[in-house]
Design a protein around this ligand. Sequence first.
Ligand code: PLP
Length: 406
Amino acid sequence: MSVEQAPVQRADFDQVMVPNYAPAAFIPVRGAGSRVWDQSGRELIDFAGGIAVNVLGHAHPALVGALTEQANKLWHVSNVFTNEPALRLAKKLVDATFAERAFFCNSGAEANEAAFKLARRVAHDRFGPEKHEIIATVNSFHGRTLFTVSVGGQPKYSDGFGPKITGISHVPYNDLEALKAQISDKTCAVVIEPIQGESGVVPADLAYLKGARELCDKHNALLIFDEVQTGVGRTGSLFAYQHYGVTPDILSSAKSLGGGFPIGAMLTTEDLAKHLAVGTHGTTYGGNPLACAVASAVLDVVNTPEVLAGVKAKHERFKARLEKIGQQYGLFSQVRGVGLLIGCVLTEAWKGKAKEVFNAAEKEGLMVLQAGPDVVRFAPSLVVEDADIDEGLDRFERAAATLTKA
Ligand SMILES: *Cc1c(COP(=O)(O)O)cnc(C)c1O
């Protein structure tokens, strides 16, 4: 039985919502696979994937099944009790990664918050209060809580909210010498995105990650990989650290982990995890049965040779065509990224105009993303059909033609 709801429109946003977002002019109402329909019934192809979240597209039967089955059983019990979906999910993550322990929360920011608090706690317990410094990278993104914007390397997100969390420094990304110069015995953690997502889809060099691992070991600092955007199959490996073969001490995951249902996870070793003893950290919703049931189903589908190999094949399909379009219309100077996290760097003539590309694509019935003003980002479903890739890129080519002719 469904209750008739009052009609709402995009214009209502400006009347009832805090204006911290500027959503597109249309309102999506339904999705299936890599297609989305808006209020007027217009169909769009989705290469945005809800910002690298809808890892299996929209309304994937395995996820709908897991969610509805759990919805009829048990929604929430709090962490005063544990629950079966949380334990199953933790076992799957432990089996599939370096990790021996999992902490569940509800977003990427919270997963990083837990990671940073754990790193500081470990250093405090083992070495004393002096060892609390966190080294992050310029242009990194780690979420929007006060701690995570302070660690993030983009002052536009952290300025203007009063005193920031101190004991944090930022060094240029992919610059091992800069990290070497900054790290000391006061460093408790170095945090790196294996591919910087929000600031332009910039993959780390293998030598940089290896060097960071060695420097951390030398200075008793923990290496944290923020895999909120790169994790859960996005690179063609379950996690990007496996793609690179460099293992962190702490890993944060979110976005694709829930396939559209909010969940975050911090993964670590038993030896480190024990520093978050009873009462040191927590969240009411973390490890919620609905979220964990969905994330378990996500892992069951994504962590298979077929899907992971498919990501690599689809990368090639996207890249070849995007390079061709980019060249033909003088739009892109480079197409970069790993797996299905792809960034197209705008040429000098189009610099700063990623939003215009976004708008032109939308007019052709295609959802893409920006990654800063200079990069057009693609983060589609990992199981996007080849026919949808081709049709979506046809639409993208029409958008590029219209845009560059104007
Ligand atoms: C999106 C993102 C976050 C923040 O995740 P939220 O769920 O928005 O809190 C953190 N780190 C990286 C690398 C991200 O891409």
